[in-house]
Design a protein around this ligand. Structure first.
Ligand code: PLP
Length: 392
């Protein structure tokens, strides 16, 4: 498999981990060599209900027997997409009511940016330094990582930056600003939480000048921080919420939600302000609906906080200077990038899947499925401690 993987499938880096996958179930991934790996990454915060959760698989199978793609997004009323949007509205605070379903997180970000420009009639977008919102041209324009952007310039215009958690920079939000876009918890930067009511202050400033606040919930979303959406931890309601990854139960999806009045502006002047063929695909929407039901009807969100506590209790080690994040969106901060790298690679050898963060090289990501058991957490954390003892 590996030879063909390198020969025919485009790569994103010179050294992919290249595990040869045979199957996956619950918190475990199995390779073609018959090796079993405990998954502390969940496909980078995407497989929130673990691998092949029974209710998700059942919902997919039922939908497979009824219809697959029948029409481009938004023309026909299709049960799974419609029920997903309704259940989202029932679980979101007012005025977040109407949802546009997309194919990926980055497409949802593009849609949210277009919505902000269309609705406000303004063009400036303010993003945070060290943010990650995806890799299409619009999302890439929201980065401050020159090495990753330079070869692809020119990117989209009228994007400026503020520093996350720096109140001083809020004065840069003005009557010219269409939207401020922030990750509720900065992911790639190292799982950085907003502090001192930062998000409330951003929202207040946005209201003063008529700018929109877009929150990217693509990682914290769907229960990972103990609430369905991360922003619920910080007592604010954004104008637009963007989601993806964990909402799909293991299938590719994205969405953005806003008030009905705002969202309706995307269907007039021009008509079809954002269009997509496969957004709201019935099989994917059925999986997302089953995922949303399971997360909202079970104890998984409460348990995410208990599991965080357990991880923090066990992972006390002189090489771990800090555990950042909230719920099951955690990052270990190690003394150096080399040590973080060693930990990820040695863990893989010992049957534990860990991963890096995009911009914080000293960090190791712990984003297991929300369904992981406490025993599995103890097992995985034990492996981490064993490796750190050797690295020490
Ligand atoms: C915070 C955040 N926003 C946007 C994205 C982009 O999502 P996708 O990879 O589905 O396009 C990601 C993906 O890692 C993300 O973590």
């Amino acid at each position: 498999m590996k030879n063909d993987f390198f020969k025919y499938q485009a790569q994103t880096s010179p050294h992919p981990l290249a595990l040869e996958i045979d199957h996956a179930t619950g918190s475990y991934i199995y390779t073609t060599e018959g090796k079993k790996y405990l998954d502390f990454v969940a496909g980078v915060s995407a497989s929130s209900l673990g691998h092949r959760h029974l209710k998700v698989v059942e919902a997919i199978k039922q939908q497979l027997d009824r219809y697959l793609h029948v029409m481009v997004y938004g023309e026909y009323a299709q049960g799974p997409a419609m029920e997903l949007c309704r259940l989202l509205a029932e679980n979101l605070p007012a005025p977040l009511e109407k949802t546009y379903l997309t194919n990926s997180g980055t497409e949802a970000i593009e849609g949210a940016l277009k919505l902000a420009r269309r609705f406000t009639g303004r063009s400036q977008i303010l993003a945070a330094r060290n943010a990650y919102h995806g890799n299409t041209m619009g999302s890439l324009s929201l980065m401050t990582y020159e090495e990753r952007q330079k070869p692809f310039r020119p990117l989209i215009g009228d994007v400026d930056f503020i520093r996350f958690n720096e109140e001083e920079d809020l004065q840069n939000i003005t009557e010219r600003t269409a939207a401020v876009i922030l990750e509720t918890i900065q992911g790639g930067a190292g799982f950085i939480l907003p502090k001192n009511d930062y998000l409330k202050k951003v929202k207040k400033r946005c209201e003063e000048v008529g700018a929109l606040l877009i929150l990217d919930e693509i990682q914290p979303g769907f229960g990972r921080t103990g609430k369905l959406f991360g922003f619920e931890n910080f007592n604010i309601v954004p104008d637009v919420v963007v989601m993806g990854k964990g909402m799909g139960g293991g299938l590719p999806v994205g969405a953005f939600t806003a008030s009905a009045a705002m969202m309706d502006s995307l269907s007039e002047n021009p008509k079809m302000g954002h269009i997509t063929t496969f957004g709201g695909n019935p099989v994917i929407a059925a999986a997302a609906l089953a995922t949303l039901r399971e997360i909202t009807e079970s104890n998984l969100m409460t348990e995410a906080l208990e599991k965080e506590e357990l991880i923090r209790e066990i992972l006390v080690h002189p090489l771990i200077s800090e555990i950042r994040g909230k719920g099951l969106m955690l990052a270990l901060i190690l003394p150096s990038a080399e040590m973080a790298n060693e930990l990820v690679l040695r863990a893989q050898d010992k049957g534990l899947i860990l991963f890096w963060l995009l911009f914080e090289a000293r960090a190791v990501r712990l984003t297991p499925p929300l369904t992981i058991s406490k025993e599995e957490i103890k097992e995985g954390c034990g492996i981490i401690l064993e490796i750190l003892d050797v690295l020490k």
